[in-house]
Design a protein around this ligand. Structure first.
Ligand code: NAD
Length: 435
């Protein structure tokens, strides 16, 4: 990781791309700081009888295009600056896929694996009590992120409804289906990434059967994208989780990997102990080695900042699809571009999650439930349209795919922010513009 913090890194990239794309400086200035950030201390009565206090954040970054939208992360490394960076990326992401949201994000500094289920529920309800006047169906709509899930969203929605004395399922998305969640939300991020990769492969005439894929982070998003790619004939030659990585040129069966992981709680060292072990010879490698494998497609699907100035010149994949948020640092962008490596950016690749969250919000507000086929076909239409908008700016223009996607997003945000008049309008008309 570089020495700079993740928010400064995100701003550096935003300013550089915004300048190159000719975006109005007032618009970039508007996007260089969050609209509002709430910090809270959440008291939780612990199992042992004592009270612990957890630091929590919620950031409404920019709401020019609609209510702010973004997940809540539970992680010991959460910081205010990380939450702000993630909220900025959400602002861009929602604009890339053209849904009527701004960007937001939340987080709690906690290792949730150390809490009992009751402590976790108290913390989650406490978070919503602290944020109940800051979030809302028309203002800021949270969702799950790393180490939060549908059940936690259900507790939070219930707490919000108790405080406001009304039913308001659209205050939060990613809920359990029985509490107003949408069909297809669990697979949406992986499916959206798959749709982007599929369209890219068509444009570049890549042959799935000759494409070897490495997945860093075999979690929710990583599993679903791997599953769908394998169905099309791609060879998944490496996968990893927080405990380690495995590699086999013969390729792994994705469903067997999931089964092994679910049974043993980890990927490394367990593949061999289950029923499918003998079918595939494989080697154990480190997560760092996985990133540097000679593959065609590398999919970082875990954490921020894993590809940086220090390892960018050792990456051998021709294409990187950013399923995680911010896996490639700004300093690595140029190195990869100069080496001819295409980085399909997070704001496009992982936008399937927020898109189906938007569908959930729409269904809740309409009192409807869409069948799975409808969710999937609407997602496909949104992702294809977003890809095509990015591609029109990318192909043959000598800029990175990230710059192209940011360009699409920034112009949409610019259009909204300047709809009331730009600098030239006000300075040029001296207040006589009404005529
Ligand atoms: P998850 O918790 O389901 O999966 C994360 C996986 O990464 C786990 O398997 C974990 O073991 C693994 N991991 C953790 N540290 C690792 C390391 N050092 N090396 C390799 N693997 C490691 O989370 P998820 O929902 O799949 O999210 C993954 C990424 O995708 C995050 O960056 C998240 O912000 C992003 N994302 C997720 C969604 C969504 O809807 N789930 C939407 C947009 C973006």
């Amino acid at each position: 990781m570089a020495s700079t913090d993740v928010f400064s890194d995100a701003l550096t990239r935003l300013e550089r791309i915004g300048r190159d794309a000719g975006i109005d400086p007032d618009v970039i200035a508007a996007l260089c700081q969050p609209k509002a950030v709430l910090t809270a201390s959440i008291p939780v009565r612990m199992h042992a009888g004592n009270t612990r206090y957890f630091t929590a954040y919620r950031c409404r970054y920019n709401d020019a295009r609609g209510p702010t939208k973004g997940g809540i992360r539970y992680h010991p490394d959460v910081t205010r600056l990380e939450v702000q960076a993630l909220a900025l990326w959400m602002t861009l992401k929602c604009a890339v896929v053209g849904i009527p949201y701004g960007g937001g994000k939340g987080g709690v500094v906690v290792d949730p694996k150390t809490l009992t289920p009751m402590e976790l529920e108290r913390l989650s309800r406490g978070y919503m009590r602290a944020m109940a006047d800051f979030v809302g169906p028309e203002t800021d709509v949270p969702a799950p992120d790393v180490y939060t899930n549908a059940r936690i969203m259900g507790w939070m929605a219930d707490e919000y409804e108790t405080i406001h004395r009304c039913k308001a399922p659209s205050v939060i998305t990613g809920k359990p289906i029985a509490l107003g969640g949408s069909l297809g939300r669990d697979e949406a991020t992986g499916r959206g990434a798959y749709l982007v990769i599929r369209r890219y492969a068509e444009r570049r005439a890549l042959e799935p059967k000759q494409t070897r894929v490495a997945i860093q982070g075999f979690g929710n998003a990583g599993y679903h994208v791997a599953r769908l790619l394998q169905r099309d004939g791609y060879r998944i030659v490496a996968a990893s989780d927080s405990k380690g990585a495995i590699h086999s040129e013969a390729g792994f069966d994705v469903e067997s990997l999931l089964q092994q992981k679910n049974e043993s709680r980890k990927l490394e060292g367990v593949y061999c102990h289950g029923s499918v072990c003998e079918l595939v010879q494989h080697e154990r490698i480190s997560n760092e080695e996985l990133l540097e494998l000679d593959v065609d497609l590398l999919i970082p699907a875990a954490l921020e900042g894993v590809i940086h100035e220090g390892n960018a010149d050792r990456i051998r994949a021709q294409t990187i699809a950013e399923v995680a948020n911010g896996p490639v640092e700004a300093a690595a962008d140029e190195i990869l571009r100069e080496r001819g490596i295409t980085v399909l950016p997070d704001v496009l690749v992982n936008a399937g999650g927020v898109t189906v969250s938007y569908f959930e919000w729409v269904q809740n507000r309409q009192g409807l439930t869409w069948p799975l086929d409808e969710v999937r076909s609407r997602l496909e239409a949104v992702m294809n349209e977003a890809f095509d908008a990015m591609w029109a700016e990318f192909d043959g223009h000598g800029r990175s795919a990230r710059a192209a996607a940011y360009g699409v997003a920034l112009r949409r945000i610019e259009e909204t922010l300047l709809a009331g008049g730009d600098r030239a309008y006000f300075a040029g008309n001296g207040g006589r513009a009404g005529r």
